[in-house]
Design a protein around this ligand. Structure first.
Ligand code: TYD
Length: 206
C-alpha cells in the first residue's frame, strides 16, 4: 500500500487557514483519498500544558514553551493512540493545521531560529510534509480579520508581532529551501478563491 501524504497549512494568526482545512479534506475525499484533518497544538497532555501557558494559567518562559511545542509535535507523531507517522504508513493522508514551520516562525521572536530547528530535528527526520502551504496575508489584513472576531486590546503590539512572525516564516522558508517543499499562496479574497489557490498547490501531489 502506498503511504498517505502529509499536507500542512501554515500562516500567521488571522490568515484564515483553519477554515480552509475542512474544504481541502472534503475535496481530497471526493477524489477517493482516505484523509483526516489534524492540528497542532494537539488535544493531548502536552498540548493541554501549552494551552495553560498561553492563557497565563501556568506562566512559563518562552524557551520552555518552544520546547513544549517540540515535545507536543513528537507526541503527535509517535503516540500509540492516533500517531501521525503510523496513520501515514497505513495510507491515510493527513491535512494538518500547523506543523514545525509554526515553531520556526513563532518562537524565533524569542529564541534563536537554529535552536528551534534543532529542537525539531527528530520530527523532521520522522516526517517531512509532502508540501507546506503558507497562506499569505499581510499583518494589517490579518489584524483586520482578528478585530472582527475579538476585542480591541493591545492592537498595535499584536500587529507588530504578526508582522515579525510573517517575516520569520519567510526567513525559515529561505533557510530550508533545499530540503522543504513550500507553496506560498495568496490568502486574500473570498474563501472560495483561496480554496481554489490551495487546491492548485496541493492537487499535483495526488
Ligand atoms: P492555533 O491553533 O492556530 O490558534 P487558535 O486556534 O487559538 O486560533 O495555534 C495556537 C497558537 O500556537 C498560535 O498563536 C500559534 C502558536 N504556535 C506556536 O507558537 N508554535 C507552534 O509550534 C505551533 C504549532 C503553534
Amino acid at each position: 500500500m502506498e503511504n498517505g501524504k502529509f499536507i500542512v497549512l501554515e500562516g500567521i494568526d488571522g490568515s484564515g487557514k483553519s477554515s480552509q482545512i475542512g474544504p481541502l479534506v472534503k475535496r481530497l475525499e471526493g477524489l477517493g483519498v482516505p484523509c483526516r484533518a489534524d492540528r497542532e497544538p494537539t488535544q493531548r497532555p502536552v498540548g493541554a500544558l501549552i494551552r495553560q501557558a498561553l492563557t497565563g494559567q501556568t506562566p512559563l518562559d518562552p524557551r520552555v514553551i518552544a520546547a513544549l511545542y517540540a515535545a507536543d509535535r513528537l507526541d503527535h507523531l509517535v503516540n500509540e493512540e492516533n500517531g501521525l507517522r503510523s496513520a501515514i504508513d497505513r495510507g491515510i493522508t493527513v491535512v494538518s493545521d500547523r506543523y514545525y514551520f509554526s515553531s520556526y516562525a513563532y518562537h524565533s521572536v524569542d529564541v534563536d531560529m537554529d535552536w528551534v530547528i534543532q529542537a525539531n530535528a527528530l520530527s523532521a527526520q520522522l516526517l517531512r510534509p509532502t508540501v507546506t502551504v503558507f497562506l499569505d496575508v499581510s499583518a494589517e489584513e490579518a489584524m483586520e480579520r482578528i478585530r472582527r472576531n475579538r476585542d480591541h486590546e493591545e492592537l498595535f503590539e499584536k500587529e507588530d508581532r504578526l508582522r515579525r512572525t510573517r517575516e520569520l516564516y519567510f526567513q525559515a522558508f529561505d533557510r530550508l529551501r533545499d530540503v522543504e517543499r513550500v507553496a506560498v499562496v495568496d490568502g486574500s479574497g473570498t474563501q472560495e478563491q483561496v480554496a481554489q489557490r490551495i487546491w492548485s498547490a496541493v492537487s499535483p501531489y495526488f
